[in-house]
Design a binder for this molecule. Structure first.
Ligand code: SF4
Ligand SMILES: [Zn+2]
Length: 465
């Protein structure tokens, strides 16, 4: 099937990481721009693969290029609603190509090509051919497929804007519904390949944490392939309408997480928050000193008020774990009226990156909008507290009235991608620990377990209040 492709193609390469030492070029990612988009169209010329802009052999070692992937599909039974779900599979499928690495989704994609792949004669055209073959194999509803790969900067820029408009259309459609309006939610276990206990529960109010799949997308996917990774979840009885807890959601999550996660609160970071795989767009994290919640997104490069950047925080709460005080979420979920409603919604948010705050301006209640700090107002607890006091943030009432007692917590650190992120940021690192399983005992109710982890650190800070 892949005779024309000069590198191996197999699911066994899915976990392949391409480090900078072994990288020929980087495509899209934080230093450039890019997007991927699936569109259901009429008159798609089956098998047409186009590369618009420089091919790999016209690029130089270490270059970073803009990168767009447009996948046009046609089929009698293909519905527009399937676009989001089919698009989400690009991540998995393109990682089957040995020597090609794909991270994230939508306009957050970040790819690399290895030196070995280039030496073997691999071109972007081959990536297009592979995607065309595998998409048709995975989705028999696709009758014709054409793939355009863009590397020409002006074309990619135009394409990213078009893709963002399409994402926006998909997202806004889901805003018309609420959790109460439907009898079924959906589950997704696509990320169990690297986060074995992770189960996404997708509801009208809580789009998937990867930001790429909403309730409508799931409905179409479950209808198309009832045995697939996206399935219907009957809500069952409502146990708590504020926290968002349902009997049957708990049962399904228990079953699909192999008994690891028994309860889920859809709209809270406390007690039983939604598990996090690793591809979340942002993380909500509890700040005990302020009894408030901060939000940090994947694109934010600085340190959070917890004294660690996004990458380190992602390492603490990803891999399918349920860690009280943290939950991965999509930016779209922050537009939902149920956004962390059990915790106080935006009234409980004390810090978030300015870019996110600006993009959500219409969704943050007016009376609290100017009272939430960003990195421009402070990044230490002291600076943030001063800002909150100056602005009269509603959290001050809580700090006054609640005790500062912090529950004991267990933090498990498993290898995911933070090492990759740290390396990509260009910080020189040396491994400080390696062990198949290592438990670091410490007093005060904190236990740290490393499983199959190589730990690289520039600085390690463990705080217990
Ligand atoms: S993050 Fe959730 S919804 Fe998105 S692909 Fe992974 S499991 Fe599915
Ligand atoms: Zn995921």
């Amino acid at each position: 099937m892949f005779e024309d492709i000069p590198v191996d193609v197999s699911p066994m390469y899915e976990g392949e990481r391409i480090r900078s030492a072994n990288m020929f070029v980087e495509l899209a990612g934080p230093k450039s721009m890019g997007a991927e988009l699936v569109q259901v169209e009429e008159n798609v010329e089956d098998g047409k693969i186009e590369v618009i802009g420089p091919e790999l052999d016209a690029m130089n070692q270490g270059d970073v290029h803009p990168f767009g992937v447009l996948i046009e599909i046609q089929g009698e039974h293909l519905e527009k609603e399937l676009e989001g779900v089919i698009e989400r599979r690009t991540h998995e499928i393109s990682n089957y190509v040995k020597g090609f690495m794909h991270l994230n989704q939508r306009d957050a994609i970040w790819c690399r090509v290895s030196n070995e792949a280039l030496e073997a004669g691999f071109k972007l055209e081959h990536l297009g051919k592979t995607l065309a073959i595998l998409f048709k194999e995975e989705f028999p509803l696709i009758e014709s497929i054409a793939i355009s790969i863009l590397t020409e900067p002006a074309k990619v820029e135009e394409f990213v804007l078009k893709a963002q408009e399409e994402y926006q259309k998909r997202d806004s459609r889901a805003r018309e519904l609420s959790d109460e309006d439907v009898d079924v939610f959906y589950g997704c276990v696509m990320c169990q390949s690297f986060a074995p206990t992770h189960v996404c529960v997708v509801t009208p109010d809580r789009t998937a944490l990867c930001g790429a799949i909403n309730w409508f997308d799931c409905r179409a996917a479950a209808k198309m392939d009832p045995e697939g990774p996206i399935f219907e979840v009957e809500k069952g009885d409502l146990l708590d309408d504020v926290k968002g807890e349902y009997t049957n959601v708990n049962s399904v999550v228990t079953e699909k997480s192999q008994g690891t996660v028994e309860r889920v609160f859809l709209h809270s970071v406390f007690e039983y928050p939604h598990t996090s795989c690793g591809c979340f767009e942002a993380v909500a994290f509890y700040i005990p000193e302020l009894d408030g919640i901060g939000i940090v997104d994947r694109d934010f490069r600085g340190e959070t008020p917890l004294g660690i950047p996004f990458s380190a925080m992602a390492g603490q709460c990803s891999g399918g774990k349920q860690v009280e005080g943290f939950t991965g979420l999509s930016l779209e979920y922050m537009r939902s009226p149920k956004f962390l409603q059990a915790d106080g919604g935006f009234e409980r948010i004390v810090w978030l990156p300015k870019e996110i705050k600006d993009s959500l301006a219409d969704y943050i209640p007016e009376d609290v909008r100017d009272k939430i700090s960003t990195e421009e107002d402070g990044s230490t607890i002291k600076e943030i507290r001063t800002f909150l006091e100056e602005k009269g943030h509603p959290i001050l009432e809580r700090i006054k009235t609640t005790s500062s007692e912090v529950p004991e917590e267990e933090v498990t650190v498993e290898e995911e991608t933070p090492e990759e992120f740290s390396e990509m940021e260009g910080v020189p690192m040396a491994p400080v620990a390696y062990a198949p399983e290592l438990t670091v005992p410490s007093s005060g109710g904190v236990k740290i377990i490393f499983k199959n982890a190589k730990v690289y650190a520039e600085k390690v800070i463990i705080k217990k209040k």
